[in-house]
Design a protein around this ligand. Structure first.
Ligand code: ZN
Length: 150
């Protein structure tokens, strides 16, 4: 890694620890050329993961997309610390996906993981996310889906 101060590739790690619920590793590095200290964050890359959509189409997993899907469901809700909670749920779902050790995952499995988190955070957001991602056709179907989470 290049030092951001003197641009020499002579840095070494002086300290590291897991952060953000063990999904990131924080590292303190020191440059042996100029002596400056800086921090890096190592994040597990899930871009190898293939998401199979309801339509059968496939796409690469995107944490940004996961975040914006959850964030979209919170718009209009009275949730406090919205950004913080959406970020937390995104990270938690991310690490649960990692734990599954899959190469392919369905978008439905991902939305189930999100719904499990949302049910305890915000009922309004839970219902909005459900309506958008599960696309229920009747109130009977809504009840059936909800009953799985309560
Ligand atoms: Zn340096």
């Amino acid at each position: 890694m290049y030092c951001p101060y003197c641009h020499k590739p002579l840095t070494f790690v002086t300290n590291s620890r897991p952060t953000k619920g063990n999904t990131q590793i924080w590292r303190r590095r020191r440059c042996s050329n100029c002596g400056e200290i800086f921090t890096t964050h190592e994040i597990i890359d899930l871009s190898h993961l293939v998401v199979v959509k309801k339509s059968g189409e496939v796409e690469r997993f995107s944490q940004a997309k996961l975040y914006s899907g959850i964030y979209g469901a919170t718009i209009g809700s009275k949730m406090l610390n919205r950004e913080y909670i959406v970020d937390k749920i995104t990270r938690e779902v991310n690490s649960e996906i990692l734990f599954l050790k899959k190469k392919r995952i369905s978008s439905q499995e991902i939305s189930n993981l999100v719904l499990n988190k949302l049910k305890s955070e915000s009922p309004v957001t839970f219902l909005r996310y459900l309506a958008y991602n599960k696309n229920p056709k009747s109130s009977k179907e809504i009840k059936k889906i909800i009953s799985k989470y309560i």
